[in-house]
Design a protein around this ligand. Sequence first.
Ligand code: SF4
Length: 261
Amino acid sequence: MWDVVSFVNTVRVSDIATYLRCPRKLYFRLRGHEEGPTAEYASHLVLKELALSYPAAINRDDPAGFLAAELDRISAELPAIHPLDSALADGAVGDVRALLPGISERLASAAQRIGKETLVGMITPFQVEPVLVSRRFGITGSPAKLVMRGDIAAPSIIRTGKAPENGIWKNDRLALAAHAIMLEEMNGGKVELGLVEYAKSCEFREAAIRSNDRRVVLQVLKKIHKIIDGTMPDKPGDAPCQNCGHAGLCETKRSLASKFF
Ligand code: SF4
């Protein structure tokens, strides 16, 4: 059993993506400066919940009607699952409702292309949002699902942004590699692939877990542990500072530093 201190020093898989976007952002977040939920984040949560219903929708005579009913259920259950204020939650449900006709169409054509049974087998969860931990590397995370491939549980993540033309995005590869490292430590056995479900475009892509992605994850983890220990990273040249909720803090730190040096 993990104690509280262990979890405080444990990196979350999502921290890897934040670090790669801007390590300073992670520094501030790890010190309690969370950015509040945005409308975009709220829509992401709702669409992710809806995507968990895709396996059931594929087998229905009226997938569009089924997904609409599922969205009503999600709307009612949302306050109990995610702490969002009601205006944000209602806006997000409205945003996703507007996407439903396109999603239903794309889901039906994916089922036709891949085969209904194959697709359902591919995305039906063995477990939803399991908590994974690697004590060895000090990392924790919850993929959207575990899906069975033979007798091995593989991670599946749901993404609500744009899918790349081919394959999966680098951040998705790293997230799968991090989940694979944890699953291997917890269950034994080699996890050789993972699945990314691009919920909006209904693209379901399996990808091999590459050795180099595992290597990058472990390198980034070391750097994040340094940030946890107190090192404030330099501002990267290509940092996405526009619309950054930490811009004020970042500027204060810069001014303080320039007073001393
Ligand atoms: S203002 Fe720029 S450098 Fe500072 S945390 Fe935000 S993105 Fe990073």
